[in-house]
Design a protein. Structure first.
Lengths: 421, 184
C-alpha cells in the first residue's frame, strides 16, 4: 500500500497520525477485486447492510420494549399500535431476521459452490461459521422476546436440548433458565444477550473482512488472481454493483414488510405465553427447520447412548462439520465449474437441505420419520464420504490459466500487463 | 489504484460534465432516500399515542376555596390552580407593564379572573416554585418563589425578579362547566 497524500489539510493531519482515510481508500476504494465476480458475490456486502438494519431497528425497538414477563407481550403490542412507526420498525426487524438468514445461506452456498473455503481462505470460512452460530443464537433469543406462545415453548424446547448432556445436563438447564422453568430471569438475560450478540457479530464481521482482504475475494473460476490485469478497483465498479443488488434486495424485503409482514411468522406467537398449555404443533422459525429435522431424526438408542443425546449431538455437528470442510475437500480445483460431478452433487446437497427443512416443518410421524433419517444420513455423507472421495476420484477439468485468459486468451489482458510492467 | 489497471475514460474531457451530473444526481437521490428512511426511526422516539392520550387532564375545582391553591399533574408536570382572592386579582391587574420583564396583562393569562392556571415549572431551569402550600414562601410579590435560584413570581404567575426569563406558562385549558377544568 503506497502512502497517499491528501489535499484536505484536516484529513492529511488526521491521516498522518491515524491512517484511517488511507485504510478506507485502500480497502473500500482501490481494493483490487477479481473482475469476473458474478451476482452471487453481492450477498457478502448485503449481509453487512442487513446487519446494520437489524441493529438500527433493534436499538429503536429496545427503547420501547419491556423485558418482563408481565409486560413483554403488551409492550410489543404497544409498539405495534401506539409507537410512531413502531409497526414498521418491528416488521422490518422481524422480516429482517428471515432476510438475514436467506442472504447468509445464499452467501454460504456460494462459498460451497465456488470452493471459497479452500486454502488460503480456511480461516475466513471458519470465522464465517462462527458468525452463523452467533446469528443463530441471536435469532433464537430474539424470538423469545415477544413472549408469545411460540416464544415461550420454543425457548423451553431449545434450552431443554442441553438436558441431554450426561450428568450435568439438568444443572446446565437450570443455570440457563435462572430458575426451574423458562420465566422472568430467562427473559431478562435473553434480552441482555440479544442486545449484546449483534455487536459480537460486528466484531466477527470485522475479522472476517480482515481475513478476506489478505488473500482477497475468490471468484467464479476459483483460480488465483495473477496480477493487476485480473482485477478492477472496488469503487466504483463493485460499489455500484452492490448498490444495484441492494435495490433489488430491498424490493423483496420491503414487499414482505408492507404486504405480508407475518408471512414468516407463526400465528400462535400472537397469543401471550402460557406456561400451563403447549400449542399442539411447535415449530421453530423456518431457518432452523433443517436442524430441527436432524435433531428429531434419531428415534432409537445406539448401544448405551440415548436417542435424545444423539439427536442433539448431530444437530450441533451439522454446523460444526463445516469447520472441517476445508480439509475434507482435497480436490485439485476450487470452483464447481471445473468439477463435473461435484457440480451436480452440490444441487443434490442443496435439495437435501431443503428437504430437511420440509421434514422439520412436519410433525414427526408416518413417512416423515424415515425421510428425515435418510435426509440426515445424506447430509453427513455429503461431507464425510462424498466430498473426500470426490477429491480422489473426480476427473476435474483444467481451469484457465488466469481470469483474463478466460475471456481474452493471450490477448488484451496480457498486453496491458506487459505495458504495466 | 495501485494494483489495478485503470479502465475509466478520465481523459475524455467532454464526458466529465455528464459524469458529474450523474454522480451528483445519484448522490442526491441517495441522500434524500436515506433521510426519508431515517424519519421513522427518529419519529419512533417522539411521544407515542398512549402517551398523547394521557395529555388531557380533567380537574374538579368545586371544592377549592377562595384563596386556596391546588396542584394537579398534567403531562407529568405540576399545574398550579389558584382560586384568587379579590386582592390578588387587583394586585395582578394593576401592575404597570413597564415593571414586567416579560410584559403580559393579567387578562391575557386567565379565562376567568377568579382562576389562575399555570404550569408550575420555573422558566429558569425547571424547578418547581414554592407557594402552593400554606406557610410556603411566596416571594416578594405574593405569587410563587423558586428556591433553586431565587426567581419571584407575582399573583398572575409573571416573573418579577430573579434569573427566570419568562412568566410561568399558561397551559391550554377550558372550563367544561363552572366546576370542571379540562387541561390540554
Amino acid at each position: 500500500m503506497e502512502a497517499k497524500t491528501w489535499k484536505n489539510p484536516v484529513i492529511a493531519w488526521i491521516d498522518y497520525r491515524l491512517p484511517i482515510f488511507s485504510m478506507m481508500q485502500a480497502d473500500l476504494v482501490d481494493y483490487p477485486t477479481p473482475k469476473n465476480l458474478n451476482y452471487w458475490w453481492n450477498f457478502g456486502s448485503l449481509n453487512g447492510i442487513v446487519l446494520v438494519i437489524m441493529i438500527g431497528t433493534g436499538i429503536m425497538l429496545a427503547m420501547q420494549y419491556t423485558a418482563n414477563v408481565d409486560f413483554a407481550f403488551e409492550s410489543v403490542e404497544r409498539i405495534m399500535r401506539d409507537v410512531n412507526y413502531g409497526w414498521l420498525l418491528r416488521y422490518m426487524h422481524m422480516n429482517g431476521g428471515s432476510m438475514f438468514f436467506i442472504v447468509v445461506y445464499i452467501h454460504t452456498f456460494r462459498g460451497l459452490y465456488y470452493g471459497s473455503y479452500r486454502a488460503p481462505r480456511e480461516l475466513l470460512w471458519i470465522i464465517g461459521v462462527f458468525i452463523l452460530l452467533a446469528m443463530m443464537a441471536t435469532a433464537f433469543m430474539g424470538y423469545v422476546l415477544p413472549w408469545g406462545q411460540m416464544s415461550f415453548w420454543g425457548a423451553t424446547v431449545i434450552t431443554n436440548l442441553f438436558s441431554a448432556i450426561p450428568l450435568i445436563g439438568e444443572s446446565i438447564v437450570t443455570w440457563l433458565w435462572g430458575g426451574f422453568s423458562v420465566a422472568n430471569p430467562t427473559l431478562n438475560r435473553f434480552f441482555a444477550l440479544h442486545y449484546l450478540l449483534p455487536f459480537v457479530i460486528v466484531g466477527l464481521v470485522f475479522v472476517h473482512l480482515w481475513a478476506l482482504h489478505v488473500h482477497k475475494s475468490n471468484n467464479p473460476l476459483g483460480i488465483d488472481v495473477k496480477g493487476p490485469q485480473d482485477t478492477i478497483p472496488f469503487s466504483p465498479y463493485y460499489t455500484i454493483k452492490d448498490a444495484f443488488g441492494l435495490g433489488a434486495f430491498m424490493i423483496v424485503y420491503l414487499a414482505f414488510v408492507f404486504f405480508a409482514p407475518d408471512f414468516f411468522g407463526e400465528p400462535d406467537n400472537y397469543i401471550k405465553a402460557n406456561p400451563m398449555q403447549t400449542p399442539p404443533h411447535i415449530v421453530p422459525e423456518w431457518y432452523f427447520l433443517p436442524y430441527y429435522a436432524i435433531l428429531r431424526a434419531i428415534t432409537f438408542d445406539i448401544w448405551f447412548v440415548p436417542a435424545k443425546l444423539i439427536g442433539v449431538i448431530l444437530m450441533f455437528s451439522s454446523i460444526l462439520i463445516l469447520l472441517f470442510l476445508p480439509w475434507l475437500d482435497r480436490s485439485p480445483v476450487r470452483s464447481a465449474r471445473f468439477r463435473p460431478i461435484y457440480k451436480q452433487l452440490f444441487w443434490v446437497f442443496l435439495a437435501d437441505c431443503i428437504l430437511l427443512g420440509v421434514v422439520g416443518g412436519h410433525p414427526p410421524e408416518g413417512a416423515w420419520i424415515p425421510i428425515g433419517q435418510a435426509a440426515t444420513a445424506y447430509y453427513f455423507a455429503h461431507f464425510l464420504i462424498i466430498i473426500p472421495l470426490l477429491g480422489i476420484f473426480e476427473k476435474t477439468r483444467t481451469p484457465p490459466t488466469s481470469i483474463s485468459a478466460a475471456v481474452t486468451p493471450g490477448g488484451v489482458g496480457t498486453k496491458i500487463k506487459e505495458a504495466a510492467e | 489504484m495501485a494494483n489495478t489497471v485503470s479502465t475509466s475514460p478520465e481523459h475524455s474531457g467532454e464526458g466529465e460534465t455528464r459524469r458529474d451530473f450523474l454522480l451528483i444526481a445519484t448522490s442526491t437521490v441517495g441522500v434524500i432516500g436515506v433521510a426519508l428512511a431515517a424519519w421513522p426511526f427518529i419519529d419512533s422516539m417522539n411521544p407515542a399515542k398512549d402517551t398523547l392520550a394521557l395529555a388531557t387532564t380533567g380537574v374538579d375545582i368545586s371544592a377549592v376555596e377562595d384563596g386556596q391553591r391546588i396542584t394537579v399533574v398534567w403531562r407529568g408536570k405540576p399545574v398550579f390552580i389558584d382560586h384568587r382572592t379579590a386582592a390578588q386579582i387587583e394586585s395582578a391587574e394593576s401592575v404597570p407593564m413597564d415593571d414586567l420583564p416579560d410584559p403580559e396583562p393579567d387578562s391575557e393569562r386567565v379565562e376567568k379572573p377568579d382562576w389562575l392556571v399555570v404550569v408550575g415549572v420555573c422558566t429558569h431551569l425547571g424547578c418547581i416554585p414554592l407557594g402552593q402550600k400554606v406557610g410556603d414562601p411566596r416571594g416578594d410579590y405574593g405569587g410563587w418563589f423558586c428556591p433553586c435560584h431565587g426567581s419571584h413570581y407575582d399573583t398572575s404567575g409573571r416573573i418579577r425578579k430573579g434569573p427566570a426569563p419568562a412568566n410561568l406558562a399558561v397551559p391550554p385549558y377550558e372550563f367544561v362547566d363552572d366546576s370542571t377544568i379540562s387541561i390540554g
